[in-house]
Design a protein around this ligand. Sequence first.
Ligand code: FE2
Length: 249
Amino acid sequence: MLFKQLCEPISSTYTYLLGCEETGEAILIDPVLPTWQRDLAVIAELGLRLVYTLDTHIHADHITAAITLKRESGSRIAHPAIDALPCTDEPVREGVPLAVGGIQIDPLFTPGHTDGHHAYRVGDRVLTGDALLIDGCGRTDFQNGDAPTLYRSVRETLFSLPDETLVYPAHDYEGRRVSSIGQEKARNPRLGGDRSLAAFVALMNELDLAYPTFIDYAVPGNRECGVCPADVPEDLQRYCRQMGDSRQG
Ligand SMILES: [Fe+2]
């Protein structure tokens, strides 16, 4: 399997490219609108063909490139069935692997950051979306988020994977790229060690985070699989504009 971690710097999102070397089929997980051309260029350079895009959840901080990539490359839009987006071509759910050539992607239902969030296990790697970040986790105060639900998703579902499983998050704001289940179990300051459910809920309630800058545009746009709303103000247009062929990783 070819595996590449691509960075979208506006929202500090990691997009993952997985490619099957035998069939040439590829998937992008959490592709971001400003970097869709860069991602397609990387796919072409590797001699691959994009057959699917897949999102971990309905994002609030960026617009997915799913529908743009479908238009430009003919890829099909895979998305968690529970979100019931009419633009989904291939609904995914826990227990039903998605095949991309010889690659098997196992969806893991991990709600709490949003109510429809899924992580994706691929062999000895897990793409954790915003459920589990390196030394952190996604917020739980929007999109039907729920701290006790996130606690259970991480501690019961993700932490039950083997310790050596590599953790690839959807974001890192400090440029870190990879962790492991063992490392997060041991030292994640929010969810690791002997952190109790009550202590986690109290911590999440006390975060007092700012209102998300782009959420009022991102959520409706992503419910259409990545249409930039017409009323995005000028100071937020960077989330919708094409960045050009910037190869940052
Ligand atoms: Fe998110």
